[in-house]
Each structure stands twice: as structure tokens, then as C-alpha cells.
Write a protein that binds this ligand. Structure first.
Ligand code: RFL
Length: 416
């Protein structure tokens, strides 16, 4: 890029600049930064949080094989190869008993690697900084301006509270659902949103996993889930009323609910430990369409948000970051803008498929929230909740007994 291309009339020569300004140092932003830097594209990452916060931000843990392949392809999988653990089964528990699906023996034979997201972020950050990449911590992007031209600007507030304007050729919005990229979308951009009306209390517990499988418990008191994280830490989920504060339930209540819903008396005890993190997740999802708006491109949660029901969000973020890096390198280093023109469409194919499967999982695992129908208007026997329960039983039974259904499940559960 020439100096002339880089400057607009209102730019001050002292404004910092990069070919690509990346908002957010999550899996999407950091993978993108690494890949651009290696290709000789000048980039900078603006991150609202400080480094310690990123190292402690526990979220995802289940990485699909395609995610591992992408990270491997770019030499960024050392940490997860060393410390990640293979995971290949899930167990469904219902009032009719339990059944297990060894999904690595189904469909394409793929498995997950369990590796906490904050460790992956730490690996990507170290690789980027060691290679000479630039990250500005404590720097919050406020908005992206002039995205319809070739000289977008990011207004940001630095750690000292002062505002800085970053000039770029492209801005990559990898700053999640509540970030500046979403706020800067042109008026009228479609954001397809769906709220399941359900919520989970997400817990990190200091105790080894209680089963060698992901546990999905369907119970009349609400869903409960179990997912391994490390040898010392396990993630549990408990469905709760919308609006429940994260600290509403004390530890005795949490363990009581987990034991009852996971049917520990029938299937074996859960390993109890202290709850070290609590968060309430509302099961909402959305898709921004398209993902490109002139010189602003979205990836990861900024592009689409999923419920954690099928463990897809971080995997999509990695896939999209690789596609975006390839498209930006083609455009900036080779003058070929075709991949960038097709970026949104390519990602949306994967996004909608992941959305569809996550949606199916939510309907499998929960009773639909009560419809706003006065009791007098309900059918005298059964009604909508009985119908919904019947569908869920039929879906679970198909999953238990039909090899075709199990292959479909495995392909979607691990695949992307
Ligand atoms: P991230 O990871 O949210 O990173 C965005 C970064 O942007 C920063 N930021 C800003 N920086 C500058 N200016 C601003 N204005 C900014 N606003 C925000 C933030 O500080 C942050 O560092 O987005 P990214 O990179 O798109 O990655 C997406 C994933 O984090 C997300 O999809 C997953 O965590 C979802 N998810 C799971 N995904 C999986 O693939 N497998 C799982 O097992 C899984 N489990 C989960 C999950 C998400 C969960 N929660 C909390 C919703 C479990 C949970 C509980």
C-alpha cells in the first residue's frame, strides 16, 4: 500500500496505521493476526482486556478435528498436541435410562481434542508476539468509520483513556457479539436473531471429570450437562430460570440439582469440588448477513453467535479466521480480490449448518419454555408441553436405536 493510499485528508500524519487492524484478541483475531504476519501483511490487534484477563478467560474446550488440522497446518498446534486430550463419546441420560454414543466410531471417525480456550488463546498470543506481531492491550475500539471506502478508521480508547484513531486498508471485526464491529454495521444490516428463552448456569468446578464422556441429562427439573476440561477442572451446566443471578444458588443446591438431574443415584456419583467460576448463559443465537461491509469484515462471534449446546463457536471462529486470512493475503499481497468477494458466502454456509445443528441440540435437551397461552385455552389432556415431550422422546429414541441417525449426529457434532 502506498503512503498516498493510506492517508485521507482528515488523517493526521501521526495517526498510527496498519494494513489490517484487527479488533479483539480471541481465537479469531489472534489466528488471523498470526497468519497475516507470516504472509508479510502488516497488522495490529486492539484488545480491550489486559493479558492476564485473556489467560484466565475460560470458555470453550472442545476443539473439532478440523480446528486441530487448521492449527497444525500453520504450526500452531504444539500446545494442544502436548496437553490436549482426545475425547470421543457422549452419554445421554433420561428417565428411560442412559445410552452412550462413541462418536469417533461413527460417521467420519472424528474426535474432539479437549483443550481449554484460554490455553489456546495464550499459545496464539505468544506465537504472534514472538514473531513480532503487535497487540495493544487495554485498548477498546469504540467504532469503525468510513467502511464503505478504502480508508476505514478505528476510533479507540487506549489504557491512558486517550482516544486514538487507527488507519487501515481493512478492519477485521473479531471482537465478539458486543464489540465495536457490530456497532459499526451500516444501518439496515440483517442480524437474524433467535432467542430460545432458556438459560444455563455455567459452572467450572475444581474436580476431575466424573465420566469419560460428555454427559447430557434430560430431566423434568431442567437440563444438566457435564464436560471435561482438564484433569482437575470440569465444566457443568444447569438449566435455570431466565434472569437467575449467577450466585443465586449456593454450592449445596448446585450439587443437589446436578446429582438429581444427572441421576447420580442410578448411574454413579459425581466428583464434588468447589465451584471456581459461575456464569449465566442465555441461549440466544444470531447471524449477521453478509459478513463483509466494504472494508469491514466480521469473523467469530462478531459474525455469528451460537449457544454452547453443540460446542461450535470457537471452532467456527478458527475456520473463519483461516478463510479471512487467505482472502486478505490474496487481496493485499497478490492484488486478487476474488476470495475476499466470496468470503461472506463461504462462511455463511458453515455458519448456518452449525446454527441448525445447535438449534436441534437445544430442542433435544430442553422442554420448550411454556407458551404464553392461558391455562383455560390449553387442550384438556396433554397440550403443547406433552406434545413437545413426545417429540423429544422420539428424537432421543431415534438417536439411541438408528445407526443412520447416529452417523448424522456424529458428523454434525464433531464436524464443520
Ligand atoms: P472472543 O473469544 O469473545 O474474543 C473477542 C475478544 O474481543 C475483545 N473485545 C474487544 N476488544 C477491543 N475493543 C472492543 N470494543 C472489544 N470488545 C470485545 C474481548 O475482550 C475478547 O478478547 O471471540 P472469538 O475470537 O470470535 O471466539 C469465539 C469463542 O470465544 C466462542 O464462540 C466460544 O467460546 C463459544 N463456546 C464454545 N465454543 C466451542 O467451539 N466449543 C466449546 O466447548 C464452547 N464452550 C463457549 C463454550 C462459550 C461459552 N460462553 C461463555 C458463552 C462455553 C461457554 C460457557
Amino acid at each position: 500500500m502506498t503512503d498516498r493510499q493510506n492517508h485521507s485528508e482528515t488523517d493526521r500524519p501521526t495517526d498510527p496505521a496498519a494494513q489490517v487492524v484487527i479488533l479483539g484478541a480471541g481465537p479469531a483475531g489472534l489466528l488471523l493476526g498470526n497468519l497475516l504476519h507470516r504472509a508479510g501483511i502488516d497488522s495490529v490487534v486492539l484488545e480491550r482486556a489486559d493479558r492476564d484477563h485473556l489467560h484466565a478467560r475460560a470458555r470453550a474446550g472442545f476443539l473439532a478435528e478440523n480446528t486441530v488440522r487448521i492449527l497444525d497446518r500453520h504450526g500452531l498446534a504444539d500446545g494442544l498436541r502436548r496437553h490436549g486430550r482426545p475425547h470421543a463419546a457422549c452419554e445421554f441420560r433420561t428417565g428411560d435410562g442412559r445410552f452412550r454414543l462413541d462418536y469417533a466410531r461413527l460417521a467420519r471417525g472424528e474426535r474432539h481434542t479437549v483443550y481449554p480456550q484460554q490455553h489456546l488463546v495464550a499459545d496464539l498470543l505468544t506465537a504472534y508476539l514472538d514473531a513480532g506481531g503487535r497487540v495493544h492491550f487495554g485498548t477498546e475500539a469504540l467504532r469503525v468509520l468510513d467502511t464503505d471506502g478504502e480508508r476505514p478508521t478505528v476510533e479507540a480508547r487506549g489504557p491512558d483513556g486517550r482516544q486514538v484513531r487507527w488507519r487501515a486498508r481493512y478492519v477485521a471485526g473479531c471482537d465478539g457479539r458486543h464489540g465495536a464491529a457490530r456497532r459499526s454495521l451500516p444501518a439496515g444490516t440483517a442480524v437474524h436473531h433467535h432467542d430460545h428463552g432458556l438459560s444455563w448456569l455455567g459452572l467450572l468446578v475444581e474436580a476431575p471429570p466424573s465420566l469419560d464422556a460428555v454427559g447430557y441429562a434430560v430431566h423434568e427439573l431442567g437440563f444438566a450437562g457435564h464436560m471435561a476440561r482438564t484433569e482437575r477442572i470440569t465444566r457443568y451446566y444447569l438449566q435455570c430460570e431466565r434472569g437467575t443471578p449467577p450466585d443465586a444458588w449456593d454450592e449445596d443446591r448446585i450439587w443437589h440439582e446436578l446429582n438429581v438431574r444427572m441421576r447420580a443415584a442410578e448411574h454413579g456419583p459425581l466428583r464434588r469440588g468447589s465451584v471456581v467460576q459461575r456464569t449465566v448463559v442465555d441461549l440466544e443465537c444470531d447471524v449477521v448477513e453478509p459478513l463483509r461491509h466494504g472494508s469491514l469484515l466480521l469473523a467469530g462471534d462478531a459474525a455469528s453467535m451460537l449457544t454452547p449446546s453443540a460446542a461450535k463457536g470457537a471452532n467456527l471462529a478458527v475456520l473463519e479466521a483461516e478463510l479471512l486470512a487467505g482472502a486478505l493475503v490474496d487481496d493485499l499481497a497478490r492484488g486478487d480480490g476474488r476470495a475476499l468477494a466470496g468470503y461472506s458466502e463461504r462462511c455463511l454456509e458453515h455458519i448456518w449448518r452449525a446454527q441448525e445443528f445447535s438449534h436441534w441440540m437445544v430442542r433435544l435437551l430442553h422442554a420448550a419454555p411454556a407458551p404464553p397461552v392461558p391455562p383455560a385455552a390449553r387442550a384438556p389432556h396433554g397440550g403443547p408441553s406433552g406434545y413437545d415431550a413426545g417429540l423429544r422422546r422420539a428424537r432421543l429414541e431415534a438417536l439411541r436405536t438408528s445407526r443412520a441417525q447416529q452417523d448424522w449426529f456424529a458428523e454434525n457434532y464433531v464436524g464443520l
